[in-house]
Design a protein around this ligand. Structure first.
Ligand SMILES: Nc1ncnc2c1ncn2[C@@H]1O[C@H](COP(=O)(O)OP(=O)(O)OP(=O)(O)O)[C@@H](O)[C@H]1O
Ligand code: SF4
Ligand SMILES: [Mg+2]
Length: 319
């Protein structure tokens, strides 16, 4: 991993106007950087805004406010040529490979589609060769090219999802829960494939998961999200050995299999429901579920602050 910042997100907001006068704050003032060649893990419970964040970063959704820069350029206001280049550079892999692959298309056509759009200069023979190469890279073979998605296993389908993303020679891939739908035995294979590809192709990943134990095996740094905001951000090692935010501590203590590298201590039960992003609490969004809640927490939202080098926390306990 280099120190070069590839993606710079500052005060990013993505609000959805769900009906007249009703605004859902899916991503609310999020700031972080992703370095070239690193895997940044984004973790948090369902509905906290992970996918929305990934979609804004790949320009699938336009932001409401704030800034998202890719290689120094604001992605929302890129000119035509840069926009076209960015579309190639930033790809997404999805949770459910079955739903994201067209069942009527062969594997070869699925992988070839992006090649055709982004490399129209290639002859059909060159395109076929590229598809065969890609199948090899992701651990399938040329025979799979003529098959349909339903003829493959879940793990193989996710490999095709990865090949489709790789087909346009990307630099950055948003991996949105890519292993959550797979059998545990297959999950490690896909993580290892992603790691291998990162090394050989110099890829940068945003790895999204609702499960802290999943991001542990792949992320260099991790951001913990709660109701649209990042509450803690630090390196992988530091998060599991020195979590500071009460929400992160609760998430870590609820991981079922005890990990010797994780902080010792009793289980912290996460009680209550996540509040609605339509009407989020005024102070700390976690206040209603936090066992350490103080008076100030109910009125003032804590800012994300650097507590130690590279370790940011948004909690009044550390201010
Ligand atoms: N297109 C949309 N229109 C309106 N609301 C949306 C839209 N997409 C997401 N939301 C809402 O924004 C919030 C964040 O959703 P998002 O899908 O980003 O969460 P997530 O962290 O990816 O959750 P999960 O773990 O379930 O995938 C949720 O309250 C969701 O209902
Ligand atoms: S700011 Fe207060 S309520 Fe929020 S996590 Fe910290 S202690 Fe808990
Ligand atoms: Mg999601």
């Amino acid at each position: 991993m280099s120190q070069k910042v590839l993606i710079e997100i500052k005060n990013l907001k993505k609000y959805f106007n769900i009906k007249k006068g009703v605004v859902l704050k899916a991503v609310d003032n999020v700031s972080f950087n992703i370095h070239k060649g690193e895997t940044f893990g984004l973790v948090g419970e369902s509905g906290c805004g992970k996918t929305t964040c990934g979609r804004v970063l790949t320009n699938i959704y336009s932001k409401t406010e704030g800034s998202v820069k890719y290689d120094g350029k604001e992605i929302g206001t890129m000119q035509k040529v840069d926009k076209r280049k960015f579309k190639k550079k930033a790809q997404m892999i999805f949770q459910d490979p079955y739903a994201s692959l067209d069942p009527r298309m062969t594997i070869g056509d699925i992988i070839g589609e992006g090649i055709e759009v982004h490399f129209p200069e290639l002859s059909s023979k060159e395109r076929e060769d590229k598809i065969t190469d890609l199948l090899k890279v992701i651990g399938l073979n040329s025979e799979h090219s003529a098959r349909f998605p339903h003829e493959l296993s879940g793990g193989q389908r996710q490999r095709v999802g990865i090949a489709r993303a790789l087909a346009v020679n990307p630099e950055f891939i948003v991996c949105d829960e890519p292993i959550s739908a797979l059998d545990v035995s297959i999950q490690a294979q896909i993580v290892n494939l992603l790691k291998k590809l990162q090394k050989t192709l110099g890829l940068t990943y945003l790895f999204i998961s609702h499960d802290l134990s999943m991001v542990k095996h792949i992320s260099d740094r991790i951001g913990v999200m709660y109701l649209g905001s990042i509450v803690e951000l630090t390196t992988n090692e530091s998060l599991y050995s020195n979590a500071l935010h009460p929400y992160t501590k609760a998430l870590i203590s609820s991981i079922p299999i005890p990990d010797p590298t994780m902080e010792k201590g009793g289980r912290i039960k996460l009680e209550g429901e996540v509040p609605s992003p339509i009407n989020p609490p005024k102070g700390c969004k976690f206040a209603g579920r936090c066992s350490e809640c103080m008076d100030i927490c109910k009125t003032e939202a804590p800012e994300l602050k650097e507590i130690e080098v590279g370790h940011q926390v948004a909690c009044h306990l550390y201010n």
